[in-house]
Design a protein around this ligand. Sequence first.
Ligand code: AMP
Length: 533
Amino acid sequence: MDAQLSITTIMHHAEMVAGSKEIVSRMNDGTIHRYTYADAFLRARQLANTLEELAIGAEARVGTLAWNDYRHFELHYAIPCSGRICHTINPKLFPEQIKFIINDAEDEALFIDPQFIPLLESMSKELPSVRHWIALCSQSELPISSLPNLQSYENLISRQSSEFDWPEFDEKRASGLCYTSGTTGNPKGVLGNHRSIVLHGMAQNMASSVGLTSEDVVMPLVPMFHVNAWGMPYNAPMAGAKLVLPGPHVADAESMVALVNSERVTFSLAVPTLWSGINSYLNESGASLPSLKRGVIGGAAGALSLYEDMDRHGVTLENGWGMTELSPMGSYNRSLGWHTRMSDSSGGQQRLKSGRPLFGMQMRIVDEDGNSLPHDGKTTGVLEVRAPWACQSYFGGTQQHTWFSTGDVATLDPNGYMQITDRVKDVIKSGGEWISSIEIENAIMSHPGVREAVVIGVSHEHWSERPLLIVVPEDLEPELTAEALLTFLQGKVPKWWIPNACEFVDELPHTATGKVSKKSLREVYDHYQWPGA
Ligand code: AMP
């Protein structure tokens, strides 16, 4: 049949199979909001009626600056299922970038968590496309603001009917817009459509990939403004799983552990820094996570020591690789029976791989001239991908990708496992040969005195570039020396990869999506004087 793949079908499916399943949200003030999928989708209908009343055009971009909670969930359905485009904006970007993004998308309306109102007040006069400003709160919580005619979400939707005739449209109709964090130049918009969201969800929910079921309780720590919390507002209801939305305070490990335990969360998703915070909290407090069985670690490479520590806490971390341009997931390293039978060292190396491509995702590695390279698990090349949920061109752009060049450097092995070794722009080229910063970082992270570590390439008179190790030591390790750390690396990475120096810092700079910003570090160490030079 010519049935279209639309986000509306996810909604109808969840209403049918999981109407009484809960969506639990932890709000900014720590209170818990609880309702069901059935409730959520009734309110999504009221919201769709609101969008009609506000005369927001078909295919108009509707921006959100919001944390992971139930109102943001409702926006993820009402906007696309009524034919408009849900534009999730990362509030942690620089104000200039946020202004650029809203103007580039020409958002007609903005739905804003009250915390971000001051940020928008500072730029509202320079956002000519925005006709409606809606605060995600009740009428009594509505702050006094200079935003023109700021309205309360609850007040707007309460006036509306909870009946709405969802339109049918072509599955290739645009549904969501998300900008890349843009470490170089302006951020670029990635437009997803209904079909790409549904196919991505189906591929992610296959048993050999993320494979959620209706018994899962899913809590994404990764924000909904960063590529739909890696798909969860769509994929959890697709699987009929309970959803726990943790609100703004995801870096507060104590409250996150409490939420996991009170809601019996079975599955979570986070960047390595957040997993590391949870691990440290569990180690220090003696708390446990009896219900949490699995978690995705992605967005950046995690260290083996973190996987192993979380094993001891009963949580199997699985590496997931993706990009905003891939809505976002490309590959997944599901922990399988044969992995557990491997020896400790090869099992460890296996876990660090970025996983197999999801069904529907094609992958290849190429050299500088675009020639395909062998899948031998050793040869590194630039990773290119192709999938029905990969971005064909950037928003407003003209270049059409047939294969999308990810900007990541990777190996592919004969079993189809891909492993990221670097970003193209982070690659360290020493004497004409590539050094993998990720592998050195992983090796040094197994030193007990190291809390966080990063390796960047710094210019060197003789070798053109050499690796510099930058370390945040654990509090209890005041005696840690650069020499001890560099000696520790011997035998763990090729001899010529061992960094020429090590610097200690109190903290590392992070990007708006929680990754260590190597770009900022390269700027700081631009004129670095190598010891003895
Ligand atoms: P973003 O579009 O902000 O999600 O960033 C995508 C980039 O993050 C990728 O191109 C990779 O460089 C990096 N990345 C994402 N997941 C992983 C992972 N599991 N391991 C290593 N790097 C990753």
